[in-house]
Write a protein of this length. Structure first.
Length: 405
């Protein structure tokens, strides 16, 4: 079963594009204000039926996955292992040669992607929580490395990005990787739970001299693209693409526009889907539709009043008053799901749901909740070369499923 949901909106100024649909969408706006359902919208039943096919099980806190040319999945496990998983459920031993990770809290080995020109350029890229050494001992920060895999050995390992600065704590490392059409690499970076909306002066996600709470764009070798945005602040770190993010846990490139879409965790409620553009600011910690921890969810406690515009970009959709904790996501560019072409699929952790979002070039039109509380916390979603969607659950004895319809 699924739940069919109208959206919580992006900035109201964008609704003029819908013409005659504007009155109906105005009613949807009202539905998002306080909400009769956990995500702040009014839901109606849907008869959508899908089937889960178990591919593999027994994984230990997996985080990211990507298909290799031979049809196997390369997965990361938070404690620091990569493994290869075949479609008949065989799971390889751990790949050796990886750098150490800070496996604590939300830290560890995170996302993984192949070079856009793989296998002619056989680099594998991964993000991870990197422990500090020497003067930075006890600190950690998100880093990105690349290497070349031979059998079960990762060689030629190069660290191509390090978050500045490393900080204390074990939360909000991000981190998803997404290659743009021009083969540059987007890296999403959490604010490391350093920003406290109730404590002015902690706005690291707004501080361009830090990578915390940013999306970064780099070249495949770690260099900085010449067409990255320029900021008026002369202290801006190289590579920053956008700012004002809290903890981005999903990222995907829109198949028609080539733009970056991300899913982002709010505090209590206020989880977002954002269209991330060069130089734009997404508001955290000055604006959020969520509430500070410890507050009673409701209109009055939304950070900064909730509404982002006109100072910051509005989310394309958001969840209130409770969090769904969106995670990995993928656009459907295959033909296996008639009527769902171009839809965005996003997993969720707290919500234990696979979200189907009907989208156009820059709007989320409808949300539908699939697999709610059926397979558990969904950590990642990828589209396979066979056109089927694959989802991976979270935690101990995690599983990979193929989604059929």
């Amino acid at each position: 079963m699924a739940t069919h949901l109208p959206i919580c909106p992006s900035t109201p100024a964008r609704w003029w594009r819908f013409g005659a649909w504007a009155p109906l969408l105005t009613m949807y706006l009202a539905a998002c204000g306080g909400g009769a359902s956990p995500d702040g919208t009014v839901g109606t039943p849907s008869s959508t039926s899908i089937k889960t096919v178990l591919i593999a099980q027994g994984l230990s806190s997996p985080w990211g996955m990507v298909f290799m040319p031979d049809g196997r999945l390369l997965i990361t496990e938070k404690a620091g292992q990569m493994r290869l998983v075949s479609m008949n459920g065989q799971v390889s031993g751990a790949i050796t040669g990886l750098p150490p990770v800070a496996d604590a809290g939300q830290g560890g080995l995170l996302d993984v992607q192949l070079d856009p020109d793989y296998p002619s350029s056989p680099w594998i890229y991964w993000s991870y929580a990197e422990p500090g050494v020497n003067a930075e001992a006890g600190l950690a920060g998100t880093a990105v490395a690349r290497g070349r895999l031979t059998e079960l050995v990762m060689g030629n390992v190069q660290v191509i990005f390090r978050q500045v600065p490393k900080v204390q704590g074990n939360n909000h490392f991000g981190s998803r990787l997404a290659f743009a059409r021009d083969k540059t690499l987007f890296i999403t970076l959490g604010e490391r739970m350093q920003d406290d909306p109730a404590n002015p002066g902690t706005e690291n996600a707004q501080n361009l001299a830090k990578h915390l709470g940013k999306v970064v764009r780099i070249n495949r070798d770690g260099g900085i693209p010449g067409d990255n945005p320029l900021f008026a602040n002369g202290l801006a770190l190289p590579g920053i693409w956008s700012l004002g993010h809290r903890n981005v846990q999903g990222a995907a490139i829109h198949p028609a526009t080539g733009e970056l879409w991300v899913s982002e965790h709010g505090p209590q409620g206020g989880d977002e889907i954002n269209l991330v553009r060069a130089g734009h600011n997404y508001g955290w910690p000055l604006r959020s539709y969520g509430c500070p921890y410890g507050a009673t969810p409701g209109d009055a406690c939304r950070v900064g009043g909730g509404v982002h515009a006109p100072d910051f970009d509005e989310p394309l959709t958001y969840w209130v008053p409770l969090s769904t904790a969106p995670s990995g996501m993928a656009f459907n560019t295959g033909t296996r799901y008639p009527g769902w072409e171009g839809n965005l699929f996003a997993g969720s952790l707290a919500g234990q749901t696979l979200w189907r979002l009907t989208v156009d070039n820059e709007h989320v039109l409808v949300r539908e909740a699939l697999l709610s509380k059926v397979i558990g916390r969904i950590r990642d979603v990828v589209l396979g070369p066979d056109g089927w969607l694959y989802v991976m659950t979270d935690g101990d004895n995690a599983r990979i499923y193929r989604i059929e319809r």
